[in-house]
Ligand binder design. Structure first.
Ligand code: ADP
Ligand code: NI
Length: 207
């Protein structure tokens, strides 16, 4: 499926990114990258697209994210240099950079549509990792790192509950691919059940 060279490039990138994101506190750790990589490959097996571009984009997708503090963040220029250093094809580099610069949460919520199938697949994989049991775990990790409360009286912005209700519950309808939609369905249902039970336990009513 892959040439030896491509296999080496993917391994080099994975080990580089795992070092770069070591101890990242807001849920962009190596485990997130590994899950997104696996999900992206799984979706690609059903939807097609260039598997190498998809897998490489999944591996490097978060290292240039504006949400990261400078300790973990790379500039797009530096990431491009790394890809060149591993001798990734320059056309593939352009594809990969295009995908990852248009898929941040900010863009997601501006309903930004990726222009390529590869971009659609990596974005779906990243979105899937923000919902379901994993998504719930990551929200609390993020909130812990930022000192954000679980909820407040009056449902103000900047709480876990509001983030779940206003952002994460929308993601299933923003999935690009059929395979992604299918996977999102069960994760969405689980999140709904969690929110319902959680609100009951906390005595929170719908507002
Ligand atoms: P990703 O790494 O999947 O591209 P983000 O960088 O936007 O997504 O967010 C990382 C994780 O932190 C996600 O699981 C997201 O739900 C969560 N998160 C982002 N913003 C908030 C917030 N304001 N409150 C709680 N969790 C958040
Ligand atoms: Ni991500």
């Amino acid at each position: 499926m892959y040439s030896n060279k491509q296999q080496e490039q993917l391994e080099a990138a994975a080990s580089f990114v795992s070092k770069q994101l070591k101890n990242e506190p807001t849920g962009h750790d190596e485990a997130h990258i590994n899950r997104v990589r696996q999900l992206a490959v799984h979706i690609a097996q059903q939807e097609g697209g260039s598997l190498f571009v998809i897998e490489m984009a999944a591996i490097v997708h978060d290292v240039i994210d504006d949400k990261l503090s400078s300790e973990w963040k790379l500039s797009p220029h530096d990431l491009k240099q790394q890809l060149l250093l591993w001798e990734v094809d320059t056309r593939d580099i352009r594809y990969i950079m295009d995908i990852i610069t248009t898929m941040s949460f900010r863009h997601r919520h501006m309903q930004h549509q990726p222009v390529t199938l590869e971009g659609a697949i990596v974005q779906d994989a990243d979105r899937l990792d923000a919902i379901g049991a994993t998504g719930i775990a990551r929200v609390f990790t993020y909130a812990g790192a930022k000192g954000e409360p679980h909820y407040t009286e009056g449902a103000h912005q900047g709480t876990v509950l509001v983030h779940m209700q206003e952002k994460l519950l929308q993601l299933k309808d923003l999935m690009n691919t059929r395979a992604g939609k299918q996977l999102a369905h069960e994760r969405h249902e689980f999140m709904c059940l969690f929110i319902k039970t959680w609100k009951e336990e906390c005595g929170l009513t719908d507002e």
